[in-house]
Write a new protein. Structure first.
Length: 650
């Protein structure tokens, strides 16, 4: 049976208007709605005595699922009201059990649903587990864990996700592995907040179950196959193996954009390098990979294009093909895939291999086993580190587009003699000898100064660093607060634009990423907010006191008559800035000016076009109304350099 909504392959037809996500809901019977509201009230009453219980998220997932559906009209079939009633019954049961000191679902086998609180927005996010019959909570041995990414469904509300995870084991359920089904924050191919959901879901599973961290796999089909290509390519050091099925691996060829004459701005094309798995193909040198495609499935394109890019890296793709099969698993292919993964699991992940190949375009993805990338010469251009431990323990490293990196063998990681300090040679240059410690750890940081590599402890001054490297969308991958203006705008056009765009950002965050954005007025921001969160500042220096407070330390000129960034200026009454930048009040966090996530409604039809639309900064002309493609006329847009400054001549 096909999924409710297969991964879209058609281009977006703007003339017909953007596709709404989620789609409009349907009315449920009034008597069912009345029961839901009454039971929701009862559940809230039962939650009050357990608000400080560490397992409270395992109850809140049921409340939030039904609350969202009721509040935002997210019942998509009339019978989903009945599903919601069952979820509230389960929530009530768990709440009463916790109040009595019981939590049987934490030791049960079979289909289990649980939850965690996300650091991004404080929302409770659900995840599903398939616990094998042979598992016991008292087992001392750690278990293999397979993370499964589902295919696309526009109607996968929390109600439907939880119902599925409580009633269906899924495509695969190996008897020797715990299966983790992540929600991925709805329908985004685990990009943006969906990507963070994978990491937080894994963290939650490892907190509650004994997991063998060297035997964690990522798997999925259709949109889930795309998720697998993405997560495996970008986090290859964290897994034992990957098994993508169908899906897509990049944007341009999959969408045939050149043939359609769809030419995107240069900065948007550069930002495809964030999520295109093809650009990270070399990382599969470090991660076993078994791809699957149906022979006559259009989405075989994903494995084919990855195969081409892997060949360029000297790698040959292991590709299981279901004969004469469309968009599904062939019955003979499933046991073959399982056998290959079981064989890989016997070896498991080697956290400290002697040879590493690492490619990235951004410090968002900066680690491969024992190599940690600390600085780039230029973001969004290919960076490479190839590292090899010689037989005598010396370490040879070749780099490209790298300004700083670290070697990090944790305790027990260094497997060579302690009698000799290994010499590190970088790009043919003898950089230093570093000394292993008695716990068998080995660490050293290196930076490039005037073309020469040297041992160093840190890089001074403002510079792009892991987790603080842009672009705008990166600010929404960690804790953020939407900061609305409390004053009057400098210009009415700007004030109206800010109101519309901030409301859109708050609304679409909830719709697409399934959480309630934290929202405060500028007058309500505390030192704790500045310390803990990225501040998304809406307004101008007159209307928003935080903008006025930091304006002198931002790389722009902004007054009532003139707005300028670098060599580009506009009438302040007719344009607005959007920008991400280290917060001058706390350089370990971002500020964002006048922007939510930058993908817009024209991305709703296909996950392959859910990509960032703006770089680090832009000027938006207000003579063009915000629409499904952009927030107005883009007068200028660019990236900051590695020191968070505009490039010369820009």
């Amino acid at each position: 049976m096909r999924p409710l909504c297969l991964l879209a392959v058609a281009s977006i037809a703007i003339a017909q208007g953007p596709k709404p996500l989620p789609p409009p809901g349907v009315a449920i019977p009034p008597e069912v709605k009345e029961k839901l509201e009454a039971k929701l009230k009862e559940l809230n009453q039962n939650i009050e005595p357990i608000t400080k219980h560490p397992l409270l998220p395992d109850v809140l997932i049921f409340r939030e699922a039904v609350r969202y559906a009721l509040t935002y009209n997210e019942f998509f079939k009339a019978d989903e009201g009945t599903k919601a009633l069952r979820l509230l019954d389960e929530g009530l049961l768990r709440a009463r059990q916790l109040a009595n000191g019981q939590s049987p679902w934490t030791t049960d086998t079979g289909l289990i649903v649980r939850g965690y609180v996300s650091r991004i927005d404080g929302s409770v996010q659900p995840y599903g587990l398939v616990i094998p019959a042979g598992w016991r909570a008292t087992d001392a041995k750690p278990w293999r864990l397979d993370t499964w990414f589902a295919g696309r469904s526009d109607v996968r509300s929390e109600v439907n996700f939880l119902t599925d995870r409580m009633t269906r084991p899924g495509e695969f359920a190996p008897p020797d592995a715990i299966m983790l089904h992540v929600y991925g924050r709805y329908c985004n191919a685990t990009k943006f907040a969906g990507e963070v959901d994978v990491l937080e879901g894994l963290e939650a599973a490892k907190k509650h179950y004994r997991i063998d961290t060297d035997r964690i796999f990522v798997r999925g089909f259709s949109m889930g196959g795309a998720s697998t290509w993405h997560i495996a390519a970008h986090y290859a050091d964290q897994f034992a193996g990957a098994a993508p099925g169908a899906g897509f691996a990049e944007t341009k060829e999959y969408q045939n954009l050149e043939k359609k004459g769809d030419v995107r701005p240069w900065y948007e094309q550069k930002l495809w390098r964030w999520y295109d798995a093809t650009e990270y193909a070399a990382n599969f040198y470090n991660l076993p990979l078994v791809a699957y495609s149906g022979e006559i499935d259009k989405q075989i394109q994903a494995a084919q294009i990855m195969g081409r890019y892997l060949t360029k890296e000297g790698l040959s793709l292991a590709h299981v093909i279901g004969p004469k099969t469309e968009h599904k698993y062939h019955p003979d292919s499933k046991p073959e895939i399982e056998a290959r993964l079981a064989a890989i699991a016997k070896t498991g992940r080697d956290a400290y291999p002697s040879s590493i190949r690492f490619t990235t375009y951004t410090l968002r993805y900066n680690r491969m086993r024992w190599i940690v990338l600390d600085g780039l010469d230029e973001h969004w251009e290919k960076a490479r580190i190839n590292a090899q431990i010689q037989d005598n323990g010396d370490i040879h490293i070749d780099t490209a587009n790298v300004s700083a990196f670290s070697i990090d063998f944790g305790a027990g990681g260094w497997r060579h003699s302690l009698d000799r300090n290994p010499t590190v040679r970088i790009d043919g240059q003898r950089a230093a000898a570093i000394q292993p410690l008695t716990d068998r750890s080995l660490r050293g940081s290196f930076s490039k100064v005037k073309g020469s590599w040297q041992l160093s402890s840190s890089t001074g001054g403002l510079h792009k660093s892991p987790g603080l490297q842009g672009p705008i969308d990166d600010a929404f991958l960690s804790s953020f607060v939407m900061v609305l203006p409390s004053g009057e705008a400098m210009h009415s056009a700007g004030g109206s634009w800010v109101k519309a765009e901030s409301e859109r950002a708050i609304r679409t965050w909830r719709a697409l990423f399934r959480g309630d954005a934290r929202v405060k007025k500028d007058s309500e921001i505390t030192d704790a907010d500045i310390a803990s969160s990225n501040l998304v500042l809406w307004g101008d220096p007159k209307s928003n006191s935080i903008i006025a407070r930091i304006l002198g330390k931002l790389p722009l000129e902004w007054n009532a008559s003139r707005l300028a960034i670098g060599k580009t200026a506009c009438d302040a009454a007719q344009c607005m800035p959007v920008m991400v930048y280290p917060n001058p009040l706390n350089p370990k966090r971002y500020i964002v000016l006048n922007s939510g996530h930058t993908m817009r409604e024209d991305s709703n039809a296909t996950n392959s076009q859910q990509t960032p639309r703006l770089p680090d900064a832009a000027l938006v002309g207000l003579d063009e109304a915000p629409g499904p493609v952009r927030p107005g006329k883009i007068l200028w847009a660019d990236f900051f350099n590695e020191e968070w400054q505009l490039k010369a001549g820009r």
